[in-house]
Design a protein around this ligand. Structure first.
Ligand code: ADP
Length: 319
């Protein structure tokens, strides 16, 4: 391996900076030149690439967002467009790339690997929806942000004896809603991976109201329906006064938790280690608290699944 480049792509996540820092510092520690590609695949194509030194990643481990910027680049599915990016790397003698992002970004990484750039993926997304890792970078921070919001909303729900519906991020993935629901003591958790029977949710709220329970918290992942749709659906069955909160992009920002920083540091450095060993076409992850690698092919084999045991538990504890 001669020179490594690193980019962040897709939706940003807290801890991406810590992963970026780890890639840069580990590379320099190993005596390898390292380059930052700014604005994801868009920057790769536009030749927005800069050689980095130790100081370039100073004072960023604690910062949310990504100092490398991120961008969506739909045209990257075109082989000709990718070739422009590959040429930009090759003209600098860069033969290896670390891509920090979600599964969309991994698709681009897989293509680049097939086309001659040795590529490793690092899971950076708040969704926790990538196979080959128990946790993605950013999930723990987003989880704690949502739990904090749920706690605050619960104060009002209790004081005003109301049902609150809290909409959290997760178009196809329910991990954030599920974990936040368990941690926040939600009465109901609606996730895309499970069918949502609003009638039975309404019946449970009614039963609770009849035995004197005057407030409840429903957490709905955005991929299931919006909070206001959920309120409307409930009122088809019961006479309940709901309040809706859409947490939105606040879930993506903020300084990374200690766990996310450690995870990002471990995974970023491991990506460089694998490239040094001659491994590419893989994504790094953490499984049973050990570093692991999974080929992109395997990562894409099936849709990411939720923890069924945790989902069952959430129901058992919210009776
Ligand atoms: P995430 O990585 O967070 O899942 P996206 O799905 O938006 O985010 O993907 C990020 C970028 O990855 C896209 O804007 C595009 O540049 C690239 N990408 C996604 N799918 C492919 C694909 N099939 N082939 C090549 N590049 C892709």
């Amino acid at each position: 391996m001669k020179k490594i480049a690193v980019l962040t792509s897709g939706g940003d996540a807290p801890g991406m900076n810590a992963a970026f820092r780890a890639v840069v510092r580990k590379s320099i520690y190993e005596g390898i030149e390292v380059y930052g590609v700014y604005q994801g695949y868009q920057g790769l194509v536009n030749d927005n690439i800069k050689k980095l030194e130790l100081g370039d990643v100073g004072d960023i481990i604690q910062r949310g967002g990504t100092k490398l910027y991120s961008a969506r680049c739909p045209e990257f599915i075109e082989p000709d467009v990718r070739q422009e990016g590959i040429d930009n790397l090759k003209k600098r003698g860069i033969d290896s790339l670390v891509v920090i992002g979600g599964d969309g970004s991994y698709r681009g990484a897989q293509r680049l690997n097939e086309e001659g750039i040795k590529t490793i993926g690092v899971p950076g997304t708040i969704d926790n929806d990538i196979n080959g890792t128990d946790f993605t970078i950013g999930f723990d921070t987003a989880l704690n942000t949502v739990v904090d919001a749920v706690d605050r909303i619960r104060d009002t729900a209790t004081s005003h004896e109301r049902t609150f519906i809290i909409e959290v991020m997760g178009r196809d993935a329910g991990d954030l809603a599920l974990w936040a629901g368990v941690a926040g003591g939600a009465e109901t958790i609606l996730i895309p991976e499970a069918s949502s029977d609003i009638k039975s949710v309404a019946e449970r709220i009614e039963t609770g109201m009849n035995r004197g329970k005057k407030h409840s918290i429903i957490i709905v992942a955005e991929g299931v329906m919006s909070a206001s749709e959920c309120g409307g659906e409930l009122r088809k069955y019961i006479n309940v006064d709901t309040r809706e909160s859409v947490l939105g992009h606040m879930q993506r920002g903020g300084k990374p938790t200690g766990n996310d920083r450690v995870l990002a540091s471990r995974l970023g450095a491991y990506a460089v280690e694998l490239l040094l060993e001659g491994v590419s076409g893989h994504a790094v992850g953490i499984e049973n608290n050990s570093l692991s690698k999974t080929s992109f092919d395997k990562v894409f084999e099936e849709h990411h699944k939720i923890d069924e045991g945790l989902f069952r538990l959430s129901k058992e504890l919210s009776i």
